[in-house]
Each structure stands twice: as structure tokens, then as C-alpha cells.
Design a protein around this ligand. Structure first.
Ligand code: ZN
Length: 254
């Protein structure tokens, strides 16, 4: 991918500079120019004019996500937004089901009245409303018990809550949220596949593909369940990608 996440982030949030105490390391990040002092940005690597944003031992330098680690953060935030939107939508559906459960009879009466008015009109066009599949489906929902509808609304709400918790956790790159997303999403995959056997739609296929990719992507890149060395390897990767670490090992080699 040609997108330079480091420079993009720096353009949006500004550079991050740091003056390490270790003079061998310091010299690799610092230069004096005709315009004044410049320090290397820990994210994009550019030299930035002005005082460093922080200073101290190299070990206490901020761990700035960059490169692949930063790209993964962007992907997670995209998934977070997708989940938040889905969560809010499902809450709305749950509220609609709950409202419908409370006024089922009133809605049914209104529907029957409309049906009585429309029946002759449709008859004129040789369309029998009483044998229409759409009308049949709607009439079937009137037959659902109040308790069944409440249960459906409750389950939808619980599902929406999981999606919203996932969204918040993924946004802040919390490891528990990555586990929750992988487990909860994978748990619903069989249901989504079953749904497809009932009725195929573009939205369902897109959702299924996105969810399978999300599960694989998070599990592999975040090294969940001990994959590819697990947590330790993940932390190692984050640290070794940091510019200070890169310069430090370069300094040792020179
Ligand atoms: Zn920068």
C-alpha cells in the first residue's frame, strides 16, 4: 500500500521529538542548522525545527506507533466505526420492535383498515392482496406473542451492546476488545452463513466477508491466542518498530 501513514498522522497531529540522555543516541537524532536546532521526529523520521517535545532516558521516550503498527491502528479504527454504526442501527431496530410489541393491536387495526381501503384498488389491477407474500409476512408478525417480541428486542439490545463495547475498545486499541471482537464475531459466523442459505443478499455477503476478514486480520496482526509468538512477540514488534530502537541498534552496530 502506498499510503504513508506516518506522514499522514504527523500532518494531522504534529511531529513527536525527544532528546535522549545518551549522547551516542542523541547525536543521531539531533543536528544544528543555520536556522537553529533540529530534532528527528520519532514517527515520520523528518528533522523538525525547534526544541524537542521531551527529554530523558531513552527507555522513557514515548512509544510512538509507526509504520505497520500505525497502519494496524487505522484498520482497527475503521472496524470500530463500522461496529459503532451497526450497534446504533441495531439499537434503533430493538426500540422499534419494543414499541411495536406495546402497540401491536393498534398497529394491526391500522394495517387492516388500510388493507380494506386498498383491497379494491389492487383488485382492479388483478392483484390479490390477501395472497401477497409481503402482506402475509406482516400479518405473521402480528401473530407473534408480546413476550416473544420483548425477547427479540432484548436480544437485539444485548447484541448492540456487544458491538458498541467492541467499537469503543477497538478505537482505543485495547487487547481485550480485540479478543472480544474475534470471539463474538466468530461466534456469529455460522448464523450469518445459515442466513445466506435462506436468502442471499449483497449486504449479507459483504457483512460476512468483512467479518471473516476482521477476525483473521485482528487475530494474526495482533497475535491473539498465542499466534505468531503471542503477546510477547507483539510487544516486541511494537518496540522494535520505534525509531529510537532502530537508531539504538544502529548505534551499536556502528
Ligand atoms: Zn513526524
Amino acid at each position: 500500500m502506498a499510503i504513508d501513514w506516518d506522514r499522514r498522522t504527523c500532518a494531522r497531529k504534529g511531529h513527536v521529538t525527544y532528546a535522549p540522555d545518551d549522547p551516542r543516541l542523541r547525536i543521531r537524532l539531533h543536528a544544528d542548522t543555520a536556522l537553529g536546532e533540529v530534532w528527528r521526529c520519532l514517527r515520520c523520521g523528518d528533522f523538525v525545527l525547534g526544541d524537542p517535545h521531551g527529554s530523558g532516558p531513552a527507555a522513557e521516550a514515548p512509544l510512538v506507533p509507526r509504520g505497520k503498527v500505525l497502519r494496524d491502528l487505522f484498520v482497527l479504527r475503521f472496524l470500530a466505526v463500522e461496529r459503532a454504526v451497526r450497534g446504533v442501527f441495531i439499537v434503533l431496530v430493538a426500540v422499534a420492535v419494543w414499541k411495536f410489541s406495546n402497540s401491536q393491536d393498534a398497529v394491526r387495526r391500522l394495517f387492516e383498515e388500510y388493507l380494506d381501503v386498498l383491497r379494491p384498488v389492487f383488485k382492479h389491477f388483478h392483484y390479490d392482496l390477501d395472497h401477497s407474500p409481503v402482506v402475509g409476512t406482516i400479518q405473521k408478525t402480528f401473530g407473534y406473542k408480546h413476550s416473544t417480541l420483548l425477547l427479540v428486542a432484548g436480544l437485539l439490545l444485548a447484541y448492540a451492546l456487544v458491538e458498541i463495547i467492541e467499537a469503543v475498545g477497538l478505537w482505543y486499541a485495547k487487547r481485550w476488545a480485540e479478543y472480544l471482537t474475534v470471539v463474538a464475531t466468530a461466534a456469529f459466523l455460522p448464523l450469518e452463513i445459515y442466513e445466506l442459505t435462506e436468502h442471499i443478499s449483497a449486504l449479507k455477503i459483504t457483512t460476512l466477508v468483512l467479518n471473516i476478514l476482521a477476525v483473521l486480520y485482528i487475530a494474526v496482526t495482533k497475535r491473539l491466542f498465542g499466534l505468531r509468538g503471542g503477546r510477547r512477540a507483539f510487544d516486541e514488534e511494537r518496540r522494535s518498530a520505534s525509531l529510537l530502537e532502530v537508531e539504538e541498534s544502529a548505534g551499536v552496530l556502528v
